[in-house]
Write a protein that binds this ligand. Sequence first.
Ligand code: EPU
Length: 430
Amino acid sequence: MEYFVVKGGNELSGDIEVSGMKNAAVGVIFACLLIEDKIVLENMPDISDVRTSFNILKSMGAKVRYLNKTTVEVDCTRAEGGCAPFEMVRNMRASYYLAGAELGRFGKTHVGCPGGCDFGIRPIDQHIKGFEALGAEVSVEGGYIEGKAGNGRLRGASIYFDRVSVGATMNVLIAATMAEGNTVIENAAREPHVVDLANFLNSCGAKITGAGTDVIKVKGVGTLSGCTYAIIPDMIEAGTYMIAAAATNSRLRITNVIPKHLESISAKLEEMGVQIEEHDDFVVVSRDGKLTKTNIRTLPYPGFPTDMNPQMCTLLCLADGVSYLTESVWDNRFRYIEELRKMGAEIRVDGKTAVIEGNTRFTAAPVRAVDLRAGAAMIIAGLCANGKTTIEDIHHIKRGYDNIVEKLRTVGADIKEINVPESSNYPKAN
Ligand code: EPU
């Protein structure tokens, strides 16, 4: 059993360096399957979703070699499709990119259905709609996604997504890169990780334009070749540390960021009275006064990211007045609120909106990381609480935050990870 212990009350100061973006990295890693050549990926975050992704590729016959802590050489020349181990695939969400990559390279796919955070139903109908438009016959049977292109190769098509989906946009982009002819994806997601995936594929010889807008055009190419590519910084990790600074009344310099990607987060923080200085590749976040209430609705990029919902909710608990946080991407992203309540938060959920009473004084409690970003929110609440908070189920946090304990300790937080052998009694934290 492993858990974090956070002792609240410390002011934070200094620099935190942001790692490469999880949701870009996992897309790029599975897209490597398309390429029969060596690829060098830089700025890879050291998180379990990335390790699982590489292990899946290795189990399919790819060669994966770490050149240093953040640089990895991948060679999928000898990889085979249809054999990714079910247990690994269902450990993470992004394994669905294997379906697009296998269809693109082998003209067929056999991949277990993905896992990932539990936000209620997470359909993949738009992915399937895209693959079918590209000429594949696709079914989901016995826990597997099965697909086959008519004559062994996908063909370009026009696809209009019924709703904006990051995963479907990236999956269809991967599949269409080597399809015969041209593809147009309309109502595409505009997230920075979609752009990063397109930039990576273009560096390997793909012909993709329009990524970052809602219409992406792909001219299918016959082959792709290796390249060296650096993953963009993780805007959600950056946003999480920005909120940690604001919540603890501190000043942090957050480095290795693209400030443009943080605009929706910065705008809301500024509205609440947090000071943000933007520089080319770092931001300085500080707060020395009261936080003002605000209202937020999560939206696809460039709107306020759903992956900042729990962290922002935690900050709103500290603001003066009642705030409204509306979740419009996921049906069930408020499961963490029960945990925040254990720490003294007064939050009522009314349908898709959390009504947050401000001026909470968090008190330490044993809580769970019910999902990845919920876990980050528990850490933030713990940093503000009076006493020692214990956070269980931290494997969720480790899926997406590179070295979070060490990064926070470096800027003065009192946080540690405890590992207890299964046979021991669970020690009391308070
Ligand atoms: N949706 C459908 N049909 C589909 C696909 C999605 O109805 O075929 C719906 C979903 O149910 C949801 C909405 O569309 O209501 C958006 O889903 P999207 O496909 O954009 O989400 P995703 O690709 O499964 C990625 C991130 C999530 C992040 C969402 C939204 C990865 C691996 N995951 O998920 O990240 O919340 O986009 O931005 O990229 C996280 O990092 O903590 C995380 C959960």
